[in-house]
Design a protein around this ligand. Structure first.
Ligand SMILES: NC(=O)c1ccc[n+]([C@@H]2O[C@H](COP(=O)([O-])OP(=O)(O)OC[C@H]3O[C@@H](n4cnc5c(N)ncnc54)[C@H](OP(=O)(O)O)[C@@H]3O)[C@@H](O)[C@H]2O)c1
Length: 390
C-alpha cells in the first residue's frame, strides 16, 4: 500500500523530528518486504520526498544482487528527487559490490538531505554518510535507530561478530519432549505450526541437523513455500564419519545444496561416494568431543556467507550448541500433548547446566498461537536489548 501524499513540514503542523520519524517508519515497513530475499544483504527501505515535502518515490531491497532500496526509490522519484529528502533505513553504501555505490546515485540526483536510521557496520560498504556530507548533502543519522536494529538484528550480528546468527528450532510436547521413548516424532505439532516452521526455512540462509535426525526421520529439509526468490540455500548435516545413508532423502533431492560436515574420521570411500552424488564435503578438525569443532565451522559458514543459521536438531546437536553458548535465539513450537517417560528425549541434550546460575537465560520476544499450538520465540538475554518493548 502506498502512503498518501503529504506536505509535512510545509504546513508547520509537525516538528521536523516527528516528520522524520514518520517517514523513516514507512521506510522500515518497506524494508521488511525484503524479509525472504534480501539475505545475505540486510533488509533496507527508502522513501524520497520532493523539495516540497511530498512523497516522490519508494523502494526496498528485494533480493540479493538486485538494486538497492535507494536506487529503486530514485528510479521512482526521477527528477522530483532533486533538492529533496531521502529517508533510508541503513547508511547508503559507498563501494562497488554487486552494484555501484548508492552514494554516487544520491549525489547525482542532487538530493539536499539524507536521513539515515543506522550506520553500516561493514567497513567495506560504510563511510556513506561522510561521503554524502563532503558532497554538500545534509545528513541526519539515528532516526528510529532501535526499530532499524530490531529489523536487521541477525544481519547486524553477522556483520559485527563474523559469525552466523544461530536459532535452535524444535517441535516439542508440553513436557519438552521431541520424540517418544521409541523415537516417534511425527507429528508432535499441528499442521499450522508446521507450516509456520517451514516459513522459517525461507528466512534463513542455511539449515543444519545432526546425523541422528537424518537416520531417524530421513527429512527432506527443503524450502517448499516458494516465499524466497533466491535459489541459494544450504542444507548442512553434522556427521563426523559420514555415516548417513548415501540415498538419504535430502541427498536425493538437490544434492548440490547439501554440505556434509565431517572430521578426519570419515573414510575415503564414503567421501568419494558423497562427492560422486554431487554433495559438498567440509572437513573440520575435531573438537574435544571428537566431532567437528563448532567454532571453526561457524567461521567457515560466516564466510560463505551464511548470515543466519536455523538448527533443526536433534537433541544431541542442540545440546552441543547450547553447551557452547552458541544459541542466539530459540524457536519452540509447543503442542498441548504429554509424551512423558524419562527415556523420551527432550529438545536440548548435551551436558546442560550443573547449577541454575549456569543455565542460559533468554527474553521472550513473541508468543504466537497457531491453531492448537503455540510458537515461543526467545532471544539470548544479552542480545535482546533492541527487542525489549519500548
Ligand atoms: N521434534 C523435533 O523438533 C525434532 C527435530 C529433530 C530431531 N528430532 C528427533 O530427535 C531424534 C534424533 O536425535 P539425535 O540427538 O540422535 O540426533 P541429532 O542431534 O540430529 O544427531 C546426533 C548425531 O550428530 C552427530 N554430530 C556431529 N557433530 C555433532 C555435534 N557437535 N554435537 C552433537 N552431535 C553431533 C553425532 O554423530 P557422530 O558423532 O557420528 O558425528 C551424533 O550422534 C529423533 O528421534 C528425531 O525424530 C526431533
Amino acid at each position: 500500500m502506498r502512503c498518501s501524499q503529504r506536505r509535512d513540514g510545509m504546513m508547520g503542523d509537525h516538528s521536523p523530528n516527528e516528520t522524520d520519524l514518520r517517514w523513516m517508519r514507512r521506510a522500515l515497513e518497506l524494508a521488511a518486504r525484503g524479509r525472504f530475499g534480501a539475505s545475505p544483504n540486510p533488509m533496507v527501505g527508502a522513501v524520497i520526498l520532493d523539495v516540497e515535502g511530498r512523497l516522490a518515490g519508494e523502494g526496498f531491497h528485494e533480493r540479493v544482487g538486485g538494486p538497492h532500496a535507494e536506487i529503486n526509490a530514485l528510479a521512482e522519484a526521477g527528477e522530483r528527487a532533486r533538492s529533496g529528502t531521502l529517508y533510508v533505513t541503513l547508511e547508503p553504501c559507498n563501494h562497488y559490490g554487486k552494484t555501484p555505490p548508492c552514494t554516487d546515485a544520491i549525489l547525482e540526483a542532487g538530493m539536499a538531505r539524507v536521513v539515515i536510521a543506522i550506520p553500516d557496520p561493514n567497513p567495506q560498504a560504510g563511510g556513506g554518510a561522510a561521503r554524502l556530507r563532503s558532497g554538500g548533502v545534509q545528513v541526519t543519522m539515528g532516526v528510529a535507530a532501535v526499530e532499524a536494529r530490531r529489523l536487521n538484528y541477525r544481519w547486524l550480528h553477522w556483520a559485527s561478530a563474523q559469525k552466523p546468527w544461530i536459532t535452535l528450532k524444535a517441535a516439542v510436547s508440553l513436557d519438552g519432549k521431541v520424540a517418544t521413548r521409541r523415537g516417534d516424532s511425527r507429528w508432535i505439532t499441528c499442521e499450522a505450526a508446521r507450516r509456520r516452521s517451514l516459513e522459517l526455512r525461507e528466512e534463513y540462509d542455511a539449515i543444519l541437523v545432526g546425523a541422528g535426525t537424518v537416520r531417524a526421520d530421513n527429512p527432506r529439509l527443503t524450502r517448499r513455500l516458494g516465499l524466497n526468490p533466491n535459489g541459494r540455500w544450504l542444507r548442512i548435516v553434522l556427521d563426523s564419519a559420514l555415516d548417513i545413508p548415501a540415498d538419504a532423502a535430502l541427498i536425493r533431492e538437490d544434492p548440490e545444496s547439501v554440505l556434509l560436515v565431517h572430521t578426519d574420521r570419515a573414510p575415503a570411500d564414503r567421501r568419494e561416494r558423497f562427492r560422486d552424488a554431487g554433495v559438498r564435503l567440509l572437513e573440520i578438525e575435531p573438537g574435544p568431543d571428537g566431532r567437528p569443532a563448532l567454532t571453526t565451522l561457524l567461521r567457515a559458514l560466516a564466510a560463505e556467507p551464511v548470515v543466519s543459521l536455523l538448527v533443526e536438531g536433534g537433541p544431541a546437536v542442540h545440546g552441543s550448541f547450547n553447551d557452547a553458548g552458541l544459541a542466539d535465539e530459540i524457536e519452540l513450537f509447543l503442542a498441548p500433548v504429554i509424551i512423558g517417560g524419562v527415556q523420551a528425549p527432550a529438545a536440548i541434550g548435551g551436558l546442560g547446566a550443573g547449577m541454575l546460575d549456569e543455565a542460559k537465560r533468554y527474553i521472550i520476544v513473541s508468543v504466537t498461537r497457531h491453531d492448537t499450538d503455540v510458537e515461543i520465540r526467545v532471544i539470548r538475554a544479552n542480545e535482546a536489548d533492541v527487542h525489549r518493548a519500548d
